[in-house]
Design a protein around this ligand. Sequence first.
Ligand code: NAD
Length: 486
Amino acid sequence: MATTTEAAVSRVSALVDGRLESPDRDLHPVNNPATGELIAEVSYAAAADVDRAVRSAHSAFLEWRDVPVVDRVQPLYRFKALLESHANELARILSTENGKTLDDAKAEVRRAIQMVEVACGMPSLMMGDSLENVSRGIDSHTIRQPIGVCAGITPFNFPAMVPMWMYPFAIACGNAFILKPSEKVPMTPTRAAELLMDAGLPSGVFTLLHGGKEAVDALLKHPQVRAISFVGSTPVAKYIYATAAAEGKRVQALGGAKNHMVVMPDADIPKSVDAIMSSAFGAAGERCLAGSVLVPVGDVAEPLLTALLDRCNSLKVGDPAESGTGMGPLVTKEHRDRVAGYIDRGIAEGAEALCDGRDGVSSQGFYLGPTVFDHVTPRMSIAREEIFGPVLSVIRVDSLDSAIDLINSVPFGNTTTIYTASGKAAREFATRIEVGMVGINMAVAAPMAFFPFAGWKQSFFGDLHAHGKDAVSFYTEQKVVMSRWF
Ligand code: NAD
């Protein structure tokens, strides 16, 4: 059976009931964004495929939930070792189908492995509380139990890491898990799934389905799916949240972003520019934590923009596999064209392009260089809408108060960063800002696996965040037992 590792143009496999399947119907192309070449084909699951997969997952769940948690984490320990020994291979696959640089892909794989490491601590993480003698002769304790079949729907920009925000935790908690990764980058999650099977996870505990809206809708509506974890754009996150909740399911839906980077007059300019370059243009701006609006406060704007433009002009845009490349291509031609459309809109709306990412890039592959717009106003679409590409809008303000008001007026609330030497300003910012993840002098303030991850406002729909202790709460039911013995 074809797998992701065999031929130049491979057929990407699904994994159902412990078996790899590569049907040859409803095939869709996967392209290498650096060259535009066809590298794989993937068959989209139909509603009937989803139903068969959910039934198999449910049968597996009925046995898996009774396996002691110390035994449930053993395949995850072996999975972690396999991920370590295949880290470079996974990073190569990831970089080839997504376009991020090889170094960035390796860093993503490292973050993915950390999720598995934390989930291996489930025997401690899942413990409940107890109190003796809550009333005379009566003791009480809480237990956490798995909920059943859980499903995850993930985006194209972190095909190794984002699925692992979900399934290592869900599986260690005793659930069965069905992953429907982005159809644009199906090869990385498939290779990881093969390794998970090699680690000895029982058949059906983990299922991998590929596809688009039909597969997602079938998961949202299936009565045996109890919980949905989603990461992607805001319009789809809203739809997932509303549809799954109406079906009585537990949902966490992480959405899109418009992230601001505030630079105070006392900031260290060279170090801040390093961080801003990495935030705005790392992974070609295709990160939910990418800084996309630069907010210089007062007279820092001139020296900051001079230093930033110097760096943009020397940024190496090109083959993501080559060492020294600072930015690879965008994920698809459609997405590259959409981002280029925002450059047109910025110019039409009256912003000043200090550099234009369409200049001087290779026409082979889906490339754009960095674009910086100065004199952007808060009403312009490039200031308000998620572009998800290497386009940075500069909105100049005169005070920290104005910067905070600006950020709090934006409908998204994923992340934001302040660059300053003042603890007072940093504290004020962190306290008053209506955003879920805050950085102080950071490039990308991505919470580690043992902390929760999610934004606020239109960047998140739900209650319990991704990974950390929230994942344990999300993937378990809590039960309170009170006992009296005569
Ligand atoms: P997307 O919303 O287009 O797709 C995400 C997933 O939803 C994919 O698996 C896709 O197949 C599925 N999907 C798409 N349209 C659907 C529909 N109409 N009905 C049902 N399912 C549908 O997102 P993307 O382009 O793959 O990823 C980029 C987006 O993800 C950006 O908006 C980014 O900010 C966001 N993102 C957010 C976070 C976060 O932590 N908040 C993390 C990573 C990415």
